[in-house]
Design a protein around this ligand. Structure first.
Ligand SMILES: [Zn+2]
Length: 320
């Protein structure tokens, strides 16, 4: 009798040990929400659509210290979450290709990225904290009037677009010249979307946009016009459509994930602070990575929130 008891105890101990060995990182919740931040101008002074380089730098520091790590928009849409265990992915987006987002300056006869431009601030920060990751999507305007046409240095357009793509950044469709897609009939909507891609391909042959940010957040009368199609001999296909507001996005593994209506957070002091505070107060609402892109880990209690059709084949791990 005593022997059986000892054996049972030993077995229990072994099971507990085994569960520790195979345990997923504590706290992983890959059904939580993710912030897609939306920047417009990086310039002076700080105002409704402008973030100063210093404040942008501060945002990056705050995000880093809060356990956020950069993830690309495509990776989010694909459900390929690669940030380390225990951290939370965050997506950066920049709309309208204004000059302060990416500027070249001459320094001792050499062309270099202006450290006061958005890309300069971001690259400097990444150099200091490589573990922050490197990713952002630039929703450019190829045919807008200056100063919003491709960051406003016509002589450097090709160099800039290639530099971005070669360094892991993404370009997104924002129409040819910021057209309000709700105002036009189908042929114009399709031409705006196709033309934007054609104009980018003059600099980077074969480059295909994967995502669209709606100018003014306005959908065309039929959403299908924006999702895929062809015009002027080119085809376009957008895996996600981004709005201009709406708060934090749902996990790509959640039943609530809606790539056709992806919400964003305008990264201006108050709204960003609001969401950072929200996740501090409600940690269960926050996406926390398990560090393994091939698994999706979440608390058992959220079982019903798992999408039946995951964006790619993944092993599901339900934790206590
Ligand atoms: Zn815009």
């Amino acid at each position: 009798m005593r022997l059986i008891l000892v054996l049972l105890l030993l077995l229990t101990a072994a099971l507990i040990l085994a569960s520790f060995v195979t345990a997923e990182p504590p706290g992983a919740n890959e059904l939580g929400r993710i912030m897609i931040l939306e920047y417009h101008k990086i310039d002076y002074p700080e105002e409704r659509w402008t973030r100063t380089p210093e404040n942008f730098r501060r945002d990056l520091e705050t995000l880093y210290a809060g356990g956020y790590r950069l993830q690309s928009l495509s990776a989010l849409v694909e459900g390929r979450i690669t940030v380390p265990a225990g951290t939370t992915p965050v997506v950066l987006t920049f709309d309208d290709s204004s000059p302060g987002q990416f500027r070249y300056v001459e320094h001792n006869g050499q062309l270099e990225i202006d450290p006061k431009s958005g890309v300069g601030v971001l690259e400097d920060f990444i150099k200091e904290k490589p573990e922050f990751g490197r990713a952002a999507t630039f929703f450019v305007l190829p045919g807008a009037d200056p100063p919003n046409r491709f960051f406003n240095q016509p002589e450097h357009v090709t160099r800039k677009l290639r530099w971005l793509v070669e360094h892991g950044y993404e370009l997104g469709n924002h129409t040819l010249w910021h057209a309000n897609l709700g105002k036009y009939d189908e042929p114009v909507v399709r031409r705006q979307l196709a033309d934007a891609q054609i104009w980018v391909q003059r600099h980077i042959p074969d480059y295909k946009f994967r995502t669209l940010a709606l100018p003014h957040g306005v959908y065309p009368r039929e959403v299908g016009w924006a999702l895929s199609g062809s015009a002027k001999g080119t085809t376009y296909r957008h895996e996600a459509i981004l709005m201009v507001a709406g708060g934090a996005a749902h996990s790509p593994f959640s039943t609530r994930f809606d790539p056709v209506h992806l919400p964003r957070i305008q990264a201006l002091g108050q709204e960003l602070t609001y969401w950072l505070t929200h996740f501090d107060k409600h940690p269960a609402d926050r996406f926390v990575s398990d560090g393994d892109p091939t698994t999706v880990t979440f608390p058992k209690s959220l079982h019903d929130r798992l999408r039946p059709n995951l964006p790619q084949p993944l092993r599901v791990v339900e934790r206590e």
